[in-house]
Design a protein around this ligand. Sequence first.
Ligand SMILES: [Fe+2]
Ligand SMILES: [Fe+2]
Length: 154
Amino acid sequence: MRPLEWDVRFGSGVPALDADHREFLSLHNGLLEARGHGRGHRVLHQVLEQLIAWAEVHQAREEAMFAASGYPAAERHRAEHARLLASARDLRQRHALDLERLTRAVLSLFDFWWKRHIMEHDLEFGRFLAAGPPGRTAAPAPAGEPAATAGTRA
Ligand SMILES: [Fe+2]
Ligand SMILES: [Fe+2]
């Protein structure tokens, strides 16, 4: 498994979400790098805690934007969020797994999350925001979001 470097094609067009997604990459890369230096097992639990904390904040941010924009695929997307977060929490409970197996399971979850959720569902949401149907006016940015978020929907 190789580090994932941010690329412009990964952008959803929503700066706040892209910033979160870059943070996700940096958590993944941090674990890989630690592993490469023989420290993977030492940082594993901390990375998993950070991933769970990241998901709780990030997914709530996305879901607030679904509500503000009337995103029609919100329910399916929210269900994906719930499944991913449950998988991460489930791995936290797997103390019986040896650290190497747990490290591989966490890296696989990162991989799945990136390719099958962020690159598919999150970018689909970004396209929805960018190309909203005629007549749909830009919703105000959710509380605490930078104004630039709403500007991407013009
Ligand atoms: Fe996301
Ligand atoms: Fe998402």
